[in-house]
Design a binder for this molecule. Sequence first.
Ligand SMILES: [Zn+2]
Length: 576
Amino acid sequence: MLDLVIRDALLVDGTGSEPVQGDIGVADGRIVAMGRVEERGTKTVGADGRVVCPGFIDVHTHFDAQVFWDPYLSPSPQHGVTSAVAGNCGFSIAPLSPAAAPYLMRMLSRVEGMPLESLTEGVPWDWTATSDYLERCEGNLAINLGFMVGHSAIRRVVMGEAANERSADPQELAAMCTLLREGLAAGGFGFSSTNSESHSDLDGRPVPSRFADRDEFLTLARVCGEFEGTSLEMLPRGLGRMDGAFDDDVVDLMITMSREARRPLNWNPIIPTASDLETIEARLAMTDQAAARGAKIVGLTFPIDHFVRFSFYHSAAIFDLLEGWAPVLALPLDARLQALRDPEIRARMRAGAERTPNMAHLTRWDTLVIVETHTPETASFTGRVVGDIAREQGKDPFDALLDVVVADGLRTSFSRRHGGPPEADWAARFKVVDDPRTVVGASDAGAHLDRSTTFRYSTGLLEEYVRNRGLLSPERAIHLLTGAPARLYGFRDRGVLALGAHADLLVVDLDRIAAGEVTTVFDLPAGAGRLYSEPEGIDHVVVAGTEIIEDGQLTRAVPGRVLRAGVDTTTPTLAV
Ligand SMILES: [Zn+2]
């Protein structure tokens, strides 16, 4: 008797091969039969011709804090993700020390857009070693989760305040190497870092890893290379400037890190638009340069429309970069609401915004669109352009926006108006997705909770490229979500349907597949909100042979495991 049999499926195995019809049998968490399966199962799922494929592998997430309040890591499993990698960009929360904890919590709230009140209330912050943290997560996960060891965490634990002030001395660097070794020996997935200008903490200072010199980056990368099955991940300086290749010293640093560690290094995000294709091509050329030097650099590309929302509900919004805004936005919710009612404070904020020229793209108030409202009184403004509302009401656009926001108790979300030729952007996205120098991903799931809808990348890819546009065959699209990321990180027995592979499986209805409508749900610790969508067409999700989603609904089972480098991965190939 098998544990699970899925019958009458179109088997798409994750390698890109043509689909075949058949059944699949599971015992002890592994695939033990494929094709015509005669044996019965304790549980049987009828696929009725739907696709059965490996669960999706999301290599760029920030689930490090969410594990403590949401063992399901929703909504990623609903979107078909069965394995993910957290701790990216240097922002792991292990290792930890009592002195580093308050800093890392505040840093994370800023750089990854997680509400500070949720991080304070929802995370215990009481472990020290990476091994303690991993043990804490074990047994409490619906999906499988690997963790990078983050540069900013180890630097802050070793150097305290000085981590945000200067380069490390030799003793400090040696102590960082020790912490990294301990984390990787415990199963950490690799070394992650950033030197991107986009990463500043809640006080506006660069995050710790941005104070590292070249020697520190290279030394830590080499430590990563001591451990089987590890990878490098890093956000490069210049990421936000869409004006061509990264600076030569950044390119050389990333290539040298990869070459000396003998590990692939991935960076992200690539957000293709027609107007940015030249810059993207210049950046992808880094992969060719790396290959010529015996290294491997891969960019993670986000495959669908990158729709970003804003609100005044969370304290750590992007708007704190506007001159004079940070103190207002740091107020507790009620006080912030009062402040945003006050005409004098509004006048000061409006003037401060005008004095912040590099944010002008965000502060053309008349061009913003109200995306979601939350009261009967504001419902009629949903989907409308702020400038039109202002004209109708005879108000200044900033006042018109804030009046809606205040009436909504600050929960309104709004967005920049979408311009440009969307079809040209789809062509650009496809070109980059189709490029062997990229891997599909950059979901940032678990981060930018009130702003970003990128967690829908997997179902979005299937909806847009397979169902709506016919740009990719089902087997190719599923390969991009399974076999390709598995290869990048060296996943062992995952990302593929094969005898002996882990039974992390999906039943997918490609005729119905859709990423789902995004709404705000207020289910985070301390009542904070996040963007959320439930897709159509991901009907069953199986992890280690146990259903975590049955007919589209979470079963509340937690069969996931902490993935450990060297056990769940082998050293990934340096071939592109
Ligand atoms: Zn990230």
